[in-house]
Design a protein around this ligand. Structure first.
Ligand code: BGP
Length: 465
């Protein structure tokens, strides 16, 4: 194999608590927003498979972690579920804590570095009913949860993350109406985005405090993970297209990058939001809080670029300003099952953006993967799924990552998303991401796909270099 993996570049897997654990009513776990949606409107979920399923990680974590080890992976990111670690009185639930201690112990025994994220779109329902991220009391409840986690597991976990993709809930739940509670309200979406930013900064403050008090590992690091889809517009853009690009990049990318690299939100974006009535409500002292949002490193989830152009209409159906419309690039190569463009060079472009605009912040590719429907079609006679498309997808992305490193990007590693088929929100098990198959009709049995053997070989060859 010609591909040369840089020295010390880590390769691992990413998944999340709510998409894998299952056992939704076990050990005093609280109801989460996904359980509530599943119970109220199960038909919204592909094949009516709701949040309660996961991939049975709760029972199979030892098998799964050993499996990762057997493939040669060195690290694994998952998330704690707020609804499992905490009770309704905002105290720690000992049974929930014991589960995560067991997972951590197992990863340590197998020498898999565990990356622990605190929030992956999964708010406990009783807090959602209090107004969710629109309510500052909920921000405080999250900070209390983060504080509890840092203090309980501080000596056991090295790599912590406050949020996965903090842009997704404001978009999916509040602006685009795709996720429960299906709102299309740009103003409320901005408020949610702002409060999540404060929650992030306050959690970083708690992390630093716990560290100063000697409650964390000395080498502990805190980070944030987001899907920084690099934005592109038409080849010969009008000034309006470029303006659309500024706001798209401003709200989705620079908002979080400025926060975690410099401790503030982008001035030009706030100015535009004020001018058009979308400025979130702030309080005195918030600016000081945001200053504490600076992290030690960053996770970059990458699936597809964002292609946009000037909006045809200036306002949406609710009278709120529209900043952009999607642009369909005629040359786009699509993952037709997920409806996402495959554009591996985007990963390189992000690396160059980081090098040029945020040179002090190191990052890693924290998610990248390919979800495909009806993979049964690709089974060979021996029953193994021949997922060559996935091998090609990962190879191309890795090649662009390695090129970005050669050209000066500080990218430290790569995590494949959904190594073991897992539950994908309302798409449930429609698009499978795994290099390892999960048999939903056969007791969640795990079975390697062709790509699992491929990545094992890739890593083994790195060891030889
Ligand atoms: C990311 C999320 C993951 C995961 C992945 C694949 O945005 O962090 O939770 O689900 O996307 O997307 P999907 O499951 O929607 O196909």
């Amino acid at each position: 194999m010609e591909r040369k993996i840089p020295k010390n570049f880590f390769i691992g897997a990413a998944m999340s608590g709510p998409q894998t654990e299952g056992a939704w009513k076990t050990g005093g776990r609280l109801e989460s927003i996904w359980d509530t949606w599943s119970q109220e409107r199960i038909s919204d979920f592909y094949n009516k498979v709701g949040s309660y399923v996961g991939n049975n990680f709760y029972e199979k974590y030892e098998e799964d972690i050993r499996l990762m080890k057997s493939l040669g992976l060195d690290s694994f990111r998952t998330s704690m579920q707020w609804s499992r670690l905490m009770d309704q009185n905002e105290k720690m639930n000992p049974e929930g804590a014991e589960f995560y201690h067991k997972v951590i112990r197992c990863a340590e025994e197998e020498k898999i570095e565990l990356f622990m994220n605190l929030y992956h779109f999964d708010m406990p329902t009783y807090l959602f009913k209090k107004g969710g991220w629109e309510n500052r009391e909920v921000v405080e409840a999250y900070v209390n949860y983060a504080r509890t986690a840092f203090r309980e597991f501080g000596k056991e976990i090295r790599y912590w993350f406050t949020f996965n993709e903090p842009i997704v809930e404001p978009d999916q739940r509040y602006r685009n109406g795709f996720w429960y509670p299906f709102l299309k309200d740009a103003k409320r979406g901005m408020q949610v985005q702002y409060h999540i930013s404060l929650a992030h900064a306050l959690a970083v403050r708690e992390f630093r405090k716990a560290k100063e008090e000697g409650l964390m590992r000395e080498d502990a690091k805190i980070g944030l993970i987001n899907c920084f889809a690099p934005p592109y517009t038409k080849e010969n853009p009008t000034p309006e297209d470029l303006e659309a690009l500024r706001m798209e990049d401003g709200i989705n990318n620079r908002w979080w990058l400025d926060l975690v690299a410099e401790g503030h939100l982008p001035e030009d974006v706030l100015k535009t939001l004020s001018e058009c009535g979308l400025m979130p409500e702030t309080r005195p002292g918030d600016e000081e809080v945001l200053k504490e949002g600076i992290v030690d490193w960053l996770g970059f989830n990458y699936y597809h670029p964002s292609r946009i152009q000037a909006p045809a209409e200036k306002t949406d159906e609710n009278g709120y300003p529209k900043f952009s419309d999607p642009y369909v690039w005629p040359e786009a190569k699509m993952n037709v099952w997920r409806g996402w463009e495959i554009y591996p060079k985007g990963i390189y472009d992000f690396g160059m953006k980081m090098k040029n605009e945020y040179p002090n912040l190191k990052f890693f590719v924290s998610e990248n993967g390919m979800g495909v429907e009806h993979e049964d079609r690709f089974r060979n006679e021996a029953g193994e799924i021949q997922d060559d498309y996935r091998i090609e997808f990962v190879s191309e992305h890795l090649d662009w990552i390695f090129k970005s490193i050669e050209d000066g990007a500080q990218c430290l590693g790569y995590h494949y998303w959904g190594l073991i088929d897992n539950w994908s929100w309302n798409n449930a098990f429609k698009n499978r991401y795994g290099m390892v198959e999960v048999d939903l009709m056969g007791n969640y049995q795990r079975k390697l796909k062709k790509s699992a053997g491929w990545i094992k070989q890739l890593i083994a060859e790195r060891e030889k270099n």
